[in-house]
Write a protein that binds this ligand. Structure first.
Ligand code: PFF
Length: 522
């Protein structure tokens, strides 16, 4: 059995940490603009389908993987995938799956977080700007451009946020992360509920036909005939992102469970809490508020919904400074309690694989994120809000790779680990019995769905020009080098992730790899 590992101190702490992990910018920032961009009610139909056929099954898969890896002292995917694959493969073949898992999770936790942390930094800055009324009476597009143009200020708010993350992670899982989320999650709910009340009580301050209720109608009126392949792909992608699936971080948190702790009900609780925060809370803030003040045009603002459209609203709303600050603080809390999971993944990797102490590891990770995040802050296309570097990373690391890793999750934890073993693991210490008809859903439907998703996303990316040397979204070819920088970065990180996973597995299981026979089996 492995050396003493940190463990969640309480059930409530674990559930809040997992909810905090899943509830993030994805719920309050990404969800509204994805829903708005993909036809509101037409988006929600494939969204719920993906929730039941992909979201819940893969959530269970990742909890099972995490607890299993944790039993052997691993909180990262390389060794965990190796151990599970070896159930039906020879060690040297299992090694390949270990390397793939470790490589993908490493890439997501480094690169996705490198720009996500910047958006958290913007939220910190905008909390301050709201409270002081800095953007009031100004053009909100120009204000955002000016802010991003001030790299010193951007790095300052980034630095405050990420330093706090480092402190929390440095303190450990039960003494750090768990304590921080116990304070932050309740505050997050209070902020969200305040904003929902504000949104529900907004009349029609600009035009009578634009009330916030119209915004609800837009989101909730099911329009089956308007569902397209694009909206279905976007909806499934949102399910991955919002539930933190295909990232390695659900597994990492679950690795701090005891071997007999429940995963079946806890996994379901994570999904429920996240969906409440996304569909009920997230869906009742940005879209209705923007609709009431700006009409249909306001919600089509896409990514700018949170940082452009809403500031426009706050400056015209009674007590706008207060509600603006609450909105951006909500984003900050949500982002913080998610990013902390990625921060911890990398710290655990240094701790377990390279035997670097947690505190020193947390400092290394800070420096790593500083370096990886610099291109986000320096990208000259921020002057026109194009943000090529961030866009390129988000398309691949923040969307595509999640689905790839999700597919490998099922291949490894269900197929290679064997469906019977998986089902048994899922029910070990479980508080609920998962009905038998769910088993084929997890074994066949979820992987086939994920595979189809991957094929169509690939096709879609080809049509959208993401595979071109200069992607079609690049309107200013003179800045294409920033796209190439992002690609180079991804390539480099994938390689490092693969090497890291190889070394980690080899170090601990070298002997059986040598013999190509499983030696230590529990
Ligand atoms: N589920 C998270 C969200 O909705 O924002 C996804 C996430 C992104 C988690 C970035 C952690 C992170 F660092």
């Amino acid at each position: 059995m492995a050396e003493q590992r940190d463990k969640w101190a309480s059930k409530i702490g674990l559930i809040l940490a997992m909810a905090g992990n899943a509830i993030g910018l994805g719920n309050f920032w990404r969800f509204p603009y994805q829903a708005a961009k993909n036809g509101g009610g037409a988006f929600m139909i494939p969204y719920f389908v993906a929730l039941f056929l992909l979201g819940i099954p893969i959530m269970w898969v990742e909890w099972v993987e995490g607890r299993y890896g944790g039993k052997y002292g691993h909180g990262t995917l390389g060794p965990t995938f190796y151990l599970m694959s070896r159930e039906s493969l020879k060690p040297r073949t299992a090694l390949i799956f270990g390397i793939i898992g470790g490589m993908l999770a490493f890439s997501v936790t480094t690169l996705l977080n490198s720009y996500y942390l910047h958006i958290i930094g913007w939220s910190a800055a905008y909390t301050y700007f709201s409270a002081t009324g800095a953007y009031f009476g100004k053009d909100s597009v120009q204000f955002l451009i000016n802010y991003l143009g001030n790299t010193g200020q951007v790095l300052l708010f980034w630095g405050i946020s990420v330093a706090l993350l480092g402190v929390a992670v440095g303190q450990g899982v039960s003494k750090g992360i768990e304590r921080w989320v116990k304070v932050m999650m309740p505050l997050l709910y209070v902020a969200a509920i305040l904003l929902v009340i504000r949104s529900l009580t907004l009349g029609s301050p600009v035009k009578p036909e634009w009330s916030s209720m119209k915004g609800f109608e837009f989101l909730w009126e099911p329009r089956l005939s308007e569902v397209t392949w694009q909206s279905a792909l976007a909806a499934a992608g949102q399910i991955f992102f919002t539930l933190s699936l295909g990232m390695g971080i659900i597994q990492n948190y679950a690795s701090y469970l005891g071997p007999e702790d429940d995963v079946a009900l806890s996994g379901l609780a994570t999904v429920s809490l996240n969906e409440f925060a996304e569909v009920i809370l997230g869906g009742s803030i940005a879209i209705p508020i923007a609709f009431a003040y700006l009409g249909e045009k306001g919600i089509s603002a896409g990514v700018g919904l949170a940082y452009i459209a809403l500031p426009n609203v706050f400056m015209n709303m009674p007590a706008g400074q207060f509600f603006g600050a609450v909105w951006f603080l909500l984003l900050w809390f949500a982002g913080f309690t998610s990013a902390i999971a990625m921060y911890n993944y990398l710290t655990a990797l240094l701790e377990e694989d390279l035997k670097i102490s947690r505190k020193t590891g947390a400092i290394f990770v800070f420096i790593l994120y500083l370096i990886l995040g610099l291109p986000v802050a320096l990208d000259p296309t921020k002057a026109t809000l194009d943000l090529y570097y961030l866009t390129e990373l988000d398309s691949w690391v923040g969307s595509y790779l999640l689905v790839v890793l999700g597919l490998f999750d099922i291949i490894v934890a269900v197929w290679l680990f064997k469906p019977e073993n998986f089902w048994e693991e899922l029910h070990k210490g479980a508080y609920i019995k998962v009905p038998g008809w769910i088993k084929p859903l997890i074994t066949y439907v979820a992987p086939i769905y994920t595979l189809i998703l991957l094929i169509f996303t690939t096709k879609d990316y080809i049509t959208a020009g993401y595979f071109k040397a200069v992607p079609s979204y690049v309107a200013k070819p003179e800045y294409a080098s920033w796209v190439w920088l992002a690609r180079g970065m991804m390539f480099l990180i994938l390689i490092i992730g693969a090497i890291e996973a190889y070394i980690a597995i080899k170090k601990k299981y070298g002997e059986e790899l040598e013999k190509n026979e499983v030696i230590i089996k529990m």
